[in-house]
Design a binder for this molecule. Structure first.
Ligand code: VGL
Ligand code: ZN
Length: 198
């Protein structure tokens, strides 16, 4: 069995002081660094938006962060501007080990957001991660990072749907928790047969 660790979005903008800070976001760095050596492969995802991205509230006149809009692909939460390509906010946390095998960037198409490392939010446009994992013979995935209820959960749910055996290490994740989104994500992950480890 070949096992990979997927480190989700451990970037400055999701850490304290960042544009879309997740409470305690930086606390995932030490446990994730310590886990890396136990895996056959380590993959990092990086939220990577062009300026003016359609998931930013600032791109929708009259809208504020954390309100929603209807997009052609469904309801989209609007976020503060974050993880703009090439900025310090989009960089990985300075203490995160980045000596993994692959960095997969997502959310770079202006008109569509991408929470999952596998598919954009239309659930149809692939990032290529599935093909990478399959061609390396990887069948088991452990996920950690930010944020539990958005990018970690969406990545985990897609992975389970694609037939990977998935564990989410909750001790190495932190959540945004908008209106009960954390509990909803935990329930959905359990329902999908994802192992939640803490
Ligand atoms: C994320 C909101 C917007 C995440 C990314 O990494 O969970 N959340 N972009
Ligand atoms: Zn984003």
């Amino acid at each position: 069995m070949t096992q990979a660790l997927i480190v989700v979005d451990v970037q400055n903008d999701f850490c304290p002081g960042g544009a879309l800070a997740v409470p305690g976001g930086d606390e995932v760095v030490a446990p994730i660094n310590a886990m890396m050596d136990r895996f056959d492969a380590v993959i990092l995802t990086q939220d990577w938006h062009p300026a003016g991205h359609s998931s930013f509230a600032s791109a929708h006149p009259g809208k504020s962060p954390f309100e929603t809009v209807e997009m052609p692909y469904g309801t989209q939460v609007l976020w503060p501007d974050h993880c703009v390509q090439g900025t310090e906010g989009a960089a990985f946390h300075k203490d995160l080990r980045t000596d993994g095998d692959l960095i997969i960037r997502k959310g770079f198409r202006p008109a569509i957001d991408s929470y999952s490392g596998f598919y954009e939010n239309d659930k149809a446009t692939p990032t290529g991660l599935e093909g990478y994992l399959r061609s390396r013979g990887i069948t088991r995935l452990t996920l950690a990072g930010l944020a539990t209820d958005f990018c970690v959960a969406f990545t985990a749910l897609d992975a389970a749907r694609l037939g990977f055996e998935v564990t989410v290490d909750l001790a190495a994740c932190r959540a945004i928790d908008l209106d009960g989104s954390l509990q909803a994500a935990l329930d959905q992950m359990k329902e999908a047969g994802i192992a939640l480890q803490s």
